[in-house]
Design a protein around this ligand. Structure first.
Ligand code: 6GU
Length: 230
């Protein structure tokens, strides 16, 4: 998979060099290219923002550098999927990550300030698929940290990026429930015992206990994930 990231803060993405994603890049499973939006400006001050039409607080990202950036990163590609992280977008979920992990080419456009001139999204739709995606109901200073989270959630679903594929299915959100609690040695630690069923060797009983824990935790912490009958 190829991923282009357009940002005014390329340094935010230096951490893509480390851990699983760093290895996936080194082995060629992932081709990540980080671009400085200011490389597509033409004035002495490399201006990317301006005041909003209609007035109001803050600045808006100008459309011209974005237009040139999207033309450049989409060049030669039939239809990339362009993701614009935005608190005004649809909520990004594990299902979204699954969809995006099937794409050949993703472009992340990271906005700052009060956002990007709305016409950029309309123009981008001529080049490919456009998704405005939010991490949740809170506000970050810009799209960079959100893009980083989305890149990690998507990339780890690409076959070969995570070493043991079994670890992908036994985790929160893959079956619509939160994951069950995990324990390792020692069986007694600071007066706290591991639930005895996990030491029983009865795999059927362990599976049933884990399922019960998933349901109980989901009901307590995330009732919004359950249907009315659960
Ligand atoms: Cl995607 N962007 C920003 N700026 N803030 C957010 C967000 C995205 N998701 C939650 N808060």
């Amino acid at each position: 998979m190829r991923i282009d990231i357009v940002t005014i803060f390329p340094a935010f993405f230096d951490v893509l060099e480390v851990s699983l994603l760093g290895r996936a890049r080194a082995t060629g499973l992932l081709d990540v290219r980080v671009h400085d939006l200011r490389d597509w400006t033409h004035d002495r001050h490399r201006t990317v923002d301006d005041t909003p039409y209609g007035g109001g607080a803050g600045m808006v990202m100008k459309p011209e550098p974005w237009g040139e950036a999207l033309d450049a990163v989409a060049a030669g590609d039939a239809r990339p999927t362009m993701v614009f992280p935005s608190p005004a977008g649809e909520v990004f979920t594990q299902a979204t990550a699954r969809q995006l992990s099937t794409r050949e080419h993703l472009v992340f456009g990271c906005g700052r300030y009060e956002g990007i001139d709305e016409r950029v999204f309309d123009y981008a739709a001529e080049l490919g698929e456009v998704r405005l995606l939010s991490l949740g109901d809170y506000v970050l200073n810009g799209g960079e940290v959100a893009a980083m989270a989305m890149v990690e959630a998507v990339a780890r679903l690409i076959p070969g990026v995570v070493g043991n594929p079994d670890s992908l299915v036994e985790e929160s959100h893959e079956d619509g429930l939160l994951e069950y609690p995990s324990y390792t040695k020692p069986s007694l630690w600071r007066d706290r015992a591991v639930p005895p069923i996990l030491l029983s060797g009865n795999h059927g009983a362990v599976d049933a206990w884990r399922r019960g824990q998933q349901e109980e935790r989901t009901r307590a912490r995330r009732p919004d994930l359950l249907g009315p009958d659960d």
